[in-house]
Design a protein around this ligand. Structure first.
Ligand code: 13P
Ligand code: ZN
Length: 275
């Protein structure tokens, strides 16, 4: 089977294009990765080309040894994924030590996987373990409204979670575990990957101050939907702050407790403080 005919590849391309259309991927901003299922890989190996060497990931992801990922390329534009996928994305294999990768398909005009590969793979490792293998998608986007908030809100998990929960009733239902915040750090390396994956042990969403967001999910719909929900909530908050910084009314602590009962949710106590 040809790689471009596989359903998961079509889903990946559609999601990348949806992100572009949302305005979250200026130039080469953002990156996407998917942990491919064993049965999905089996059909594709005849279309693979192994004409390159193992290269270091830049970190160790032992539990991901032998896994295959579909990833966006470094410096590639989400805008182009739909029209030239084999130039923009790649399938990579991880070696058994979890320290090196090899390109098996894609990036036909050269290049390498996203510079955020350490963050993607460390997040995949943490979420694969935490979800019992269910989570397969890690998505990084430069979401305008969330980035704007990182200039005016304290960079604390409790503040971002509570403020964004208040902006739409569905938010605590969509991200009941809350949101983690990473202070400004140099992107593309192991340090930011370690900080993000530490937060991903508890959350499905991590904000990078003055940069963007990382989301994790089981499939493309849920992961894109999570990014969209958080970013839309941030857009509402920015509008509220611009109109009148002091809200006249909002969803209160008591309301969240009622919502948790009604939707059978467990909302962590530290986000249910009285303001
Ligand atoms: P890449 O082009 O290497 O994926 O980098 C884009 C980005 O958003 C870095 O954080
Ligand atoms: Zn980025």
């Amino acid at each position: 089977m040809k790689v471009l005919e596989a359903e998961f590849v079509k889903g990946f391309i559609r999601m990348a294009n949806d992100g572009w259309e949302m305005g979250w991927h200026e130039r080469n901003g953002g990156n996407l990765s998917y942990r491919i299922k064993k049965e999905e890989i089996e059909n594709l190996s005849e279309d693979f080309t192994y004409n390159n060497n193992w290269k270091p990931i830049g970190t160790t992801v032992k539990s991901l040894g032998g896994e295959f990922f579909l990833v966006t390329g470094s410096g590639k534009f989400f805008r182009n994924v739909l029209i030239k996928p084999d130039d923009s994305i790649a399938i990579i294999e991880i070696d058994h030590l979890g320290e090196n990768y090899k390109i098996c398909w894609g990036l036909v005009n050269g290049g390498r996987p996203t510079s955020e590969l350490p963050s993607h793979l460390m997040n995949h490792e943490v979420k694969m373990i935490a979800s019992g293998g269910k989570h397969r998608v890690i998505y990084h986007a430069h979401t305008t409204n969330v980035i704007a908030l990182t200039f005016v809100l304290p960079l604390q998990d409790e503040v971002f979670t509570r403020e964004l929960w208040e902006m739409a009733t569905e938010c605590p239902v969509v991200f009941p575990d809350g949101i983690g915040v990473v202070p400004w750090m140099i992107p593309g390396g192991r340090d930011i990957a370690v900080a993000t994956s530490e937060l991903m042990k508890r959350y499905d969403v991590a904000i990078w101050a003055h940069h963007g967001m990382f989301c994790s999910g089981e499939d493309f719909d849920l992961t894109f939907g999570l990014m969209h929900t958080v970013e839309k909530s941030a857009e509402i908050l920015n509008k509220v702050l611009a109109i009148q910084p002091n809200k006249l009314q909002t969803i209160k602590e008591h309301d969240f407790r009622e919502l948790a009962k009604g939707f059978n949710l467990t909302l962590p106590e530290r986000f249910l403080y009285t303001k």
